[in-house]
Design a protein around this ligand. Sequence first.
Ligand code: AGV
Ligand code: CA
Length: 310
Amino acid sequence: MTTVYFNHDGGVDDLISLFLLLQMEDVNLIGVSAIGADSYVEPATNASCKIINRFSSQKLNVAASKERGKNPFPKDWRMHAFFVDAMPMLNEDVEVNSTISEKEAYEDIIEKVMNSSEKVTMLFTGPLTDLAKSLKVEPRIESRIERVVWMGGTLLNKGNVEEPEHDGTAEWNAFWDPEAVKTVFDTQLPIDIVALESTNKVPLTPDVRKRWANERQYEGVDFLGICYALVPPLTHFVTNSTYFLWDVLTTAYVGKPELVKKESHKVSVITDGPSQGRTFKSDEGRMINIINDVDRDGFFDYMTDLAKKI
Ligand code: AGV
Ligand code: CA
């Protein structure tokens, strides 16, 4: 059994990750929080509560973050959480066990980690801001954390940021708050990053959508299909908006590690200037596991099978 705390930033794949985590038998999910990075924080938090109440009987209050990043996400992407939050499937009358927490995300992290009898795997599918803040406010959490699993970064020359005044070498979650990456890298925590090397291999494609359409008699698979109808697939070529299953791969790695391959490297992060958010190999860096390959078909089977459990 893996004890997991989940912090996400309200994208379609962040919210699907929450849905899938709730279906994993070997995962004990002890906390959830949302940050308004690649989303607005209110719909991200509300949609999270609705997903928990709709697809699980667990009581799990969701904490909202008040943190702000240095480099904001494009507004069009941030709107996705509003669309998920408004979905009829999430707005039927159901028993409400989980609500919005009174705590801020970083406070919730400290409380849940300090009170856990088992060491906690910190799953982050957005920027590392709330983890960095909780480590600064309460350094004792470090010894209670098993490891950090983060969707972020890349050692490739090309990241996925296409913004003015940037050279394109960074991944977005690192770019949003490069200082937070540095704070987490400066700890002794074991870190697994699910980098663009592996997530580039799991684009949303029309054939995956077709599969979910054909199996929509399962309510959970219908939920996947509807959510992924909100975002653009890879058709002829990759654009800035093309959607990949970044966070879902990261979450699947927690539930089924044998789906991926990894390497260890010494890595540093650039916190300023035109390459800010870039993660790169360096002798002065710290050891990190980079998840750089995935069994694509095994991954899509695993996530679709989890969705069928509903
Ligand atoms: O860089 C990937 C991260 C993931 O956590 N996010 C999306 C995932 O939730 C940012 C992002 C990069 N490209 C995007 C993103 C795109 N085309 N649309 C929405 N978000
Ligand atoms: Ca995300």
